[in-house]
Ligand binder design. Structure first.
Ligand SMILES: *[C@@H]1O[C@H](CO)[C@@H](O)[C@H](O)[C@H]1NC(C)=O
Ligand SMILES: *[C@@H]1O[C@H](CO)[C@@H](O)[C@H](O)[C@H]1NC(C)=O
Length: 488
């Protein structure tokens, strides 16, 4: 591949592009900076990366940002149409790896595996095409490659271009650490599909700051799961590539896990906590098409259970039914964000019985503006899979959590939420049952426990507010990140 590179400053641009280049560009070499951004197009990853890049683009208008993402993921990022306000940020399409006429077998994360198999070729082709498209217009030189940390090969693309690689981790410092220490963890322990069986409770006390976590909390792909699957291989390559990044930015803030963050700082060239990224976009821009907020306005303070498991994962049908029965029987008003295709597995008549006003009534809608919902005073508990963004948003809204983790970093997040921060509880026995869920709803909504959790949430929220405030750690780190992208 032949990429134009900014380090190759003696290379003269073609005479044509020189002529068409606006005068200002010729005078100020920084106007030529071009940052290539590679997104991971699943769950909330691409949207969070886009939010961060938008903020960088707004602050560094002389730098052009090209955002590479699949068409499907791109179309689901809100506010992307309204991008005309930023001339220096443009989206490009990357192939999703799904063959034409492909019939999905229904295997979990099939689309993710197909996508991973198509990398890095799909990104490389898209980048070449984008460069071709803009050739002759302004001859902007690529000055930096930025990517989701999962896309480890972005580091190799950057090295090929002789430009720095910036890597962005959307999870918590402790999940990053668990991946970074994969070889250490594997070296000390058996690996394979059943590697953690019977040993779930062994502490990870040989990793700095991680003694509160257990082997059973580790994401799949480190010790357990199919270690030869494309996603496990991707995660392992990612762990090995991390030290080659000019900087790794994390969607968290320094005060949250200082020991772990300090350890990572000693391992990476630069480690910058810049989060929570959701706080960078103004939540009021999220539309409320299903009129959830006005419904919440009618509810009592801290009385509503908000249920949301993200956009990707389907809760097993029997657990979803148990949760529905618990909500109905407990009389707790609820707001449930559930894709239409999954609403069919709710108990028969559930939607009709719980419609309208009064005790035990609720709303099931296909989408909610989650952060605005969590910040609404009527919401008293968040029933969640403990995805990292959800945890951060729950802290912002000061809402205690009921945690039902399923995979990836969710078990680590649950451990932190329940045992370290004391701002939520795991579901009894690890799965939703009608009675267990009713008990736990009652515990948080009517007991002292919920009150205590809200106090602790208040403390965390204050720390978080300080971090993103004018003199805060995340704001300072964002400035460092901005310097890297605008000065290379
Ligand atoms: C990305 O999605 C937005 C919003 O749906 C759309 O307007 C835009 O054309 C898309 N761009 C690409 C490159 O897919
Ligand atoms: C796994 O590694 C830890 C850390 O050295 C050790 O304490 C533990 O005994 C190991 N477990 C097994 C089964 O090897």
């Amino acid at each position: 591949m032949h990429y134009p590179s900014s380090s190759n400053t003696t290379c003269p641009p073609s005479s044509l592009s020189q002529q068409t280049m606006p005068l200002a560009d010729q005078q100020d070499s920084s106007t030529k900076l071009h940052v290539i951004v590679l997104a991971f197009p699943f769950t909330s990853h691409a949207a969070s990366l886009h939010t961060l890049v938008r903020k960088l683009a707004a602050a560094a208008q002389h730098v052009t940002f090209s955002f590479f993402n699949t068409a499907k993921s791109n179309s689901s990022i809100l506010g992307l149409e309204a991008e005309d306000d930023l001339d220096n940020l443009k989206a490009y399409t990357v192939a999703d790896g799904v063959p034409e006429n492909y019939v999905f077998t229904g295997k979990r994360a099939e689309d993710i595996e197909l996508f991973i198999k198509a990398t890095p070729g799909n990104f490389k082709r898209a980048i070449e095409m984008a460069i071709e498209e803009t050739r002759g217009l302004s001859e902007k030189k690529i000055s930096c490659v930025m990517s989701d940390t999962l896309l480890w090969f972005a580091g190799e693309i950057a090295e090929e271009m002789k430009v720095p690689w910036l890597s962005l981790w959307m999870g918590a410092p402790f999940s990053l650490s668990s991946h970074f220490y994969t070889d250490l963890i594997r070296g000390m322990n058996r690996t394979g599909p059943h590697a953690t069986a019977g040993r779930e409770d062994e502490p990870l006390n040989f990793i700095p700051g991680m003694s509160g976590f257990r082997i059973g909390d580790l994401p799949e792909g480190i010790l357990s799961g199919e270690l030869e699957s494309p996603s496990s291989i991707m995660l392992h390559r990612m762990a090995q590539m991390m030290p080659r990044a000019a900087a790794i930015a994390i969607n968290s803030f320094e005060e949250l896990n200082p020991t772990i963050t300090d350890d990572l700082k000693s391992k990476f060239q630069k480690c910058l906590t810049v989060g929570p990224i959701s706080l960078m976009s103004s939540p009021p821009s999220d539309p409320d098409e299903n009129r959830c907020l006005s419904w919440l306005d009618e509810q009592k303070t801290a009385s509503v259970a908000y249920v949301g498991f993200g956009t990707v994962f389907a809760t097993p049908p029997h657990e979803q039914a148990a949760l529905a029965e618990a909500l109905e029987a407990s009389g707790v008003p609820f707001l449930w964000s559930l894709k239409e295709s999954l609403q069919v597995s709710l108990p028969e008549g559930f939607l009709d019985r719980t419609k309208g006003r009064g005790r035990g009534r609720g709303r099931v809608v296909s989408w909610v503006p989650q952060l605005r919902v969590l910040e609404h005073p009527a919401v008293g508990v968040f029933v969640t899979h403990c995805g990292w963004n959800s945890v951060l948003e729950s802290v912002m809204g000061r809402v205690p959590m009921i945690c039902r983790p399923f995979f990836t970093d969710q078990r680590l997040n649950r451990r932190m939420v329940e045992e370290v921060w004391g701002i939520g509880v795991g579901i009894e026995g690890g799965v939703f049952t009608r009675d267990g869920t009713m008990r736990i709803l009652n515990l948080i909504l009517s007991g002292e426990k919920g009150k205590k959790m809200r106090e602790k949430l208040g403390v965390l929220k204050e720390l978080m507010g300080k971090a993103v405030g004018p003199q805060g750690s995340s704001s300072k780190n964002f400035k460092t990140l901005l310097e890297i992208v605008s000065k290379v």
